[in-house]
Design a protein around this ligand. Sequence first.
Ligand code: APR
Ligand code: ZN
Length: 249
Amino acid sequence: MSPLAADLRTMLDRARRVAVFTGAGISTESGIPDFRSPGGMWARMAPIDFRDFVRSEEMRREAWRRRFAQDPVMRAAEPNRGHRAVAALVRQGKAHSVITQNIDGLHQASGVPDRQVIELHGNTTYAACLDCGERYEIDAIRATFEKDETPPVCAKCEGLVKTATISFGQAMPEGPMLRAEAETRAADLFLVLGSSLVVYPAAGFPAMAKRNGAALVIVNREPTPLDEIADLVIHGQIGDVLGGTVGVN
Ligand code: APR
Ligand code: ZN
């Protein structure tokens, strides 16, 4: 175990309550590209702003085309060693919840109970009506979309149907934000795994934990803007670093 991983092991042993905070970097080892690494999503296409999605049928069509194009990767994605290490921390009672920016559902698939996953940016494994909240399954939407690429509207109220994710320009989900703040304030160790920490308000939680007296650990392949306030920074692959530290293969 590297000296830094040994430091992480000591901090985890000493911690009373760990808040785990994940970004797309924990899912790249499952084959899902992240956003800002070379070759990441935003290197290949511009995000679709929520206001454009609402305003333009063509943007809704493009958003659904992108979602269905991701299907093979999303379907093939399995939890990786990093997810399993996080699930072990939850099972051990070290971490009570996982605050995630990810929309892939892999923390739940790795065994973290859904009620202990706080999804700040929603979930892309299903869709919902923007007006009445009615839930729609992706497969059913795809079957209809493939006929003539008409973007889906709600069968109940004719509202616009969108994947249950939070896009740029869209209001953050109040419940998950409140739960994430409570978890952040209750933690004495805040563990960031695989995030560039550039998107707010999510990226505000690590600094909130630090201000609240928690130790801050960042495990990320690249440097982040918050490395300078962290108590421990490990630049490496999450699977190896956390899997090795927690003793999970
Ligand atoms: N191990 C460690 N770090 C990794 C790994 C890995 N296997 N793979 C990628 N990373 C790092 C990258 O170096 C990068 O710094 O994870 C980070 C991922 O950063 P982003 O791609 O910006 O993803 P994220 O921080 O989750 O983005 C936040 O932005 O576009 C929005 O809504 C989207 O939730 C997303 C938010
Ligand atoms: Zn509706």
